[in-house]
Design a protein around this ligand. Structure first.
Ligand code: SF4
Length: 337
């Protein structure tokens, strides 16, 4: 048996004090951390249960945006009337992920901090630099169908598994955190990181920092958007490739656009060059094709996952067409149209 201390703080300041140690872990919905502890992948010496903290609300912001509490569940967020009306891209992405049971338990903060689903990361009999620094990477030269084609390093080719985070990247969300040094705001693009030579670091949080909320800027993308997710099964499967598009059309031209990819890198993948290729243009196949090329520039297959490069290209073009036409992918009727 692996022993750990358990704390159940009543406010954020107490939680941060409890969570400041190197071997502490915050527990919310537990849909990932408990699995990792059962598999002996995560071995925290102190589990700080944050479920009593007052962080489960979804509230309007003075600037017209929305604040999603870190402990609001993924289900409550996806079905919130304000999220559905003003940020349907986010609602769609959440509903594309996991299962209803998991979404009822999983929290927004936990969604950001969930760990990769790389098979080798979970199998303690195989080498993994993310689990044990310096041990090697079983996926490079191994079975790597689900792995990264962009932003990988020679130490890790894992992908980030979230759907919600792909939409949050496209929406330019901000992450509110509190830690031993106080409060700070992290732009979503800076929250997750590429593996580089420190693949064990999934994000830019420092020791003891706790996600308290996710802020959405005032909405502009409630009509022309889509979250297109391609996967091996039509439900309860992680993305091979997913595409979040938020678009604004004025006078038959694309006045603004955001494009983020999931399932292809260690973090949600955006490139300004791809969005520049679309902005102020008419929604045509050649414009969307240029955007896909820019977004996938430098993509490298690892063998089993090389198919993802062509798949991602087609998915980007299809998603841009869907968004431009205002015909977003349905997450309840999942037939690919
Ligand atoms: Fe570990 Fe990353 Fe390699 Fe997977 S891809 S085995 S997570 S180092």
């Amino acid at each position: 048996m692996i022993r750990f201390d358990y704390a159940r703080p009543g406010d954020v300041a107490e939680a941060v004090r409890e969570g400041a140690g190197d071997h502490a872990a915050y527990l919310a919905g537990g849909t990932n951390l408990i699995d990792l502890m059962k598999e002996n992948v995560a071995r925290p010496l102190e589990v700080v249960d944050i479920n009593r903290l007052p962080l489960a609300q979804i509230t309007d912001r003075d600037d017209g945006g929305l604040r999603l509490g870190a402990l609001a569940t993924n289900a409550d967020t996806a079905w919130d009337e304000r999220v559905q009306a003003r940020y349907p891209l986010l609602s769609s992405a959440i509903l594309a992920g996991a299962s209803p049971q998991l979404r009822n338990a999983a929290t927004n903060g936990g969604n950001l901090n969930q760990r990769t689903r790389c098979y080798y990361f979970y199998d303690t009999d195989t080498p993994c630099n993310k689990r044990v620094p310096g041990q090697g990477c079983g996926a490079i030269g191994g079975v790597n169908r689900i792995h990264a084609i962009l932003g990988a390093s020679d130490q890790c080719i894992a992908t980030h598994p979230s759907d919600m985070c792909v939409a949050l990247a496209a929406l330019d969300a901000q992450v509110q955190v509190t830690g031993p040094q106080g409060e700070r705001t992290i732009a979503f693009a800076d929250y997750h990181r590429l593996p580089g030579d420190e693949p064990w670091r999934d994000n830019t949080l420092t020791a003891g920092e706790l996600v308290t909320a996710i802020d959405l800027p005032p909405a502009e993308f409630a009509t022309n958007y889509t979250y297109l997710k391609l996967r091996d099964r039509l439900s309860y499967a992680f993305a091979l490739v997913s595409v979040a598009v938020a678009m604004r059309i004025e006078d038959e031209r694309i006045a603004d656009v955001r494009i983020a990819l999931g399932g292809v890198a260690h973090k949600p993948w955006r490139r300004t060059e791809a969005e520049d290729a679309v902005r102020n243009e008419r929604p045509t196949e050649s414009v969307f094709d240029n955007a896909a090329r820019a977004l996938l520039a430098g993509a490298v297959g690892q063998g089993d996952n090389s198919f993802k490069i062509a798949l991602a290209h087609k998915a980007i073009v299809r998603a841009l067409h869907q968004a431009a036409a205002g015909t977003p992918q349905s997450q309840t009727d999942k037939r690919i149209r």
